[in-house]
Design a protein around this ligand. Structure first.
Ligand SMILES: Nc1ncnc2c1ncn2[C@@H]1O[C@H](COP(=O)(O)OP(=O)(O)OP(=O)(O)O)[C@@H](O)[C@H]1O
Length: 267
């Protein structure tokens, strides 16, 4: 697999507003965060706090009609002012995205190997279809798939939920992005598989220097891989701190309530 160019994400005073019949909904309200190369930032918050909107806006996909303010910079590139063509090159090549539901990333009608090959070709990472095909098993293996050749020949419905999630991760990693954004990537998985997928993220970060932005409502995810946690509420980041600090001595009352309400609570 080719080397990951280090990326640094910097989000400043981001606002995302959706006009609705009932008036404007401000899904993200002046949020700032940064993720350094090789760092994992867990974006933690309840349902509706604006986590997914923030993540999608970083990817240039805030949704129809959204008004976006503030700045999103990827190693100096201002993503909010990029045209659609340049943005779609950034997506996949510099930023990998793992959605909550792997079926949203995978085409049900095509074999997994063909889908990975297609991403490599689209971003001109592989010189030829043949070269692309040769790298597929390695990519699947990096994503923790034990039988890469069989999985490459399979259609998504022939795989388990965990394997599909890993295949989606392989797709996101195909072009060696420096930043990986994962939105609730383990919610649909059982505890054992969830732990393994989180360990895989941790390895990508430490072994390959990938920056990781992980969106979740589950504090156990933060415990397992987080370096730092940013707590989001009603579109704002109310506290950002190293995981241990947040779990033991949260400062913001909402962060404290969130930690106390989780299984295992304050330690
Ligand atoms: N396209 C849209 N049009 C109108 N409102 C939207 C749109 N997308 C999101 N919202 C609103 O923005 C707010 C934040 O939603 P968002 O999905 O970002 O939250 P979340 O923290 O990711 O929640 P969940 O964990 O349930 O996915 C919600 O009130 C939601 O209804």
């Amino acid at each position: 697999m080719s080397a990951h160019a280090p990326e640094h994400l910097d989000v400043r005073d981001l606002t995302v507003t959706y006009p609705t019949r009932a008036g404007d909904v401000r899904a993200v309200d002046g949020a700032s965060l940064s993720v350094a190369p090789g760092e994992a930032l867990v974006l933690l918050g309840e349902s509706g706090s604006g986590k997914s909107t923030l993540a999608r806006t970083v990817l240039g996909l805030p949704g129809r009609g959204a008004r976006v303010g503030g700045a999103v910079r990827l190693s100096g590139t201002d993503l909010l002012t990029l045209g659609e063509r340049a943005l779609s090159d950034v997506r996949g090549r510099r930023i990998g995205y793992v959605p909550q539901d792997p079926d949203a990333a995978l085409d049900p009608l095509r074999r997994v190997g063909a889908q990975v090959t297609e991403v490599l070709r689209r971003h001109r990472v592989a010189e030829s279809r043949r070269a692309a095909r040769r790298t597929v098993p390695d990519l699947l293996e990096v994503a923790g798939i034990a039988e890469p050749d069989r999985v490459a020949r399979s259609h998504p419905h022939e795989l388990s939920g965990g394997q599909r999630q890993r295949a989606a991760i392989a797709l996101a990693l195909a072009c060696a992005p420096g930043l990986l954004i994962a939105d609730e990537p383990t919610t649909a998985l059982d505890a054992l598989v969830r732990g393994r997928v989180l360990d895989l993220f941790a390895r990508l970060r430490t072994d390959r220097g990938i920056a990781l932005l992980l969106v979740t409502h589950d504090i156990r995810v933060a415990r397992r891989i987080g370096d730092r946690v940013a707590v989001m509420r009603a579109g704002r980041i109310v506290e950002a701190a190293p995981v241990e600090k947040l779990l033991t001595t949260p400062e913001h009352p909402y962060a404290a309530a969130l930690v106390a309400a989780q299984p295992g609570g304050l330690r």
